[in-house]
Design a protein. Structure first.
Length: 256
């Protein structure tokens, strides 16, 4: 288990993240938003982990889509529609983490689908971004662009490549091994590791990739920056882990 923090700079190294029997792949789970009907109440989405990082809904709507662990999903028709939690996870560049969710994209343009960042501090944090070429990109940033990595999904002509923007549901997983190398960040679509290439590769070890205000946000990055274009997408089963998920675990999550 990594030593990601749960608030401020408090380490999780000595915190036991328990297995939750009725949640698939629960070891090291730091946040779990089913975004289902059962775990949504008005503008609040329930975090099913012991950390109680409930999300606040700003715009958008909920659907009865049967995807993920429980029926229901969150629909956002623009990047002004988000689900946010303000907890500090205290990510470090040489520590493992993963995040995963179901997503169905109708349209997207240079915008973040998921982030834990604060753009006001040299864009510090992590995100999964819709790049200008229409592909996914994973940022891990201490400060942009002099101390950061950006790993970009691209079509290499192989059978492994999957287009995430085809209007269908896809399971997305991003894992990071703490190496500070661009290829230490891996992007999976429907449990298949995707071809990627380096767009930026100069992240240093032992530096924070979070700030004192790096909110967890679905369908956007930190507000008021002008760095988001427009998303129209549906989301379900959002998870953050304090470790790098294995291929078998990713397979399990993508078969729900």
């Amino acid at each position: 288990m990594s030593n990601m923090a749960c608030s401020g700079d408090v380490s999780l190294r000595n915190v036991v993240v328990r297995n939750i029997p009725d949640i698939l792949v629960s070891d090291g789970l730091l946040l779990y938003w089913p975004l289902s009907n059962e775990y949504t109440d008005g503008d609040t989405v329930t975090d099913r982990t012991e950390f109680e990082r409930d999300g606040t809904v700003d715009g958008g709507s909920f659907t009865d889509t049967d995807i993920g662990s429980d029926p229901g999903a969150y629909y956002a028709s623009s990047t002004s529609h988000t689900v946010t939690n303000g907890d500090i996870l205290g990510l470090q560049s040489d520590e493992e983490f993963s995040y995963a969710f179901w997503m169905r994209v109708e349209s997207a343009s240079s915008a973040a689908f998921f982030s834990i960042n604060y753009d006001g501090d040299d864009h510090r944090g992590v995100d999964l971004w819709q790049d200008g070429n229409g592909e996914l990109a994973c940022h891990i940033i201490h400060w942009w662009s002099g101390n950061a990595i950006k790993t970009v999904h691209y079509d290499d002509g192989s059978e492994d490549y999957i287009n995430h923007e085809d209007g269908n549901w896809h399971h997305i997983t991003v894992t990071y091994d703490g190496s500070t190398d661009w290829d230490g960040c891996k992007i999976y679509i429907d449990s298949v590791q995707q071809p990627t290439e380096a767009s930026n590769d100069n992240l240093e070890p032992g530096v924070p990739i979070g700030t004192n205000y790096s909110p967890i946000r679905l369908n956007g990055r930190s507000s008021g920056t002008g760095h988001d274009g427009g998303n129209e997408a549906e989301f379900a089963d959002v998870r953050i882990y304090d470790r790098e998920l294995s291929q078998n675990e990713i397979d399990e999550l993508s078969k729900q």
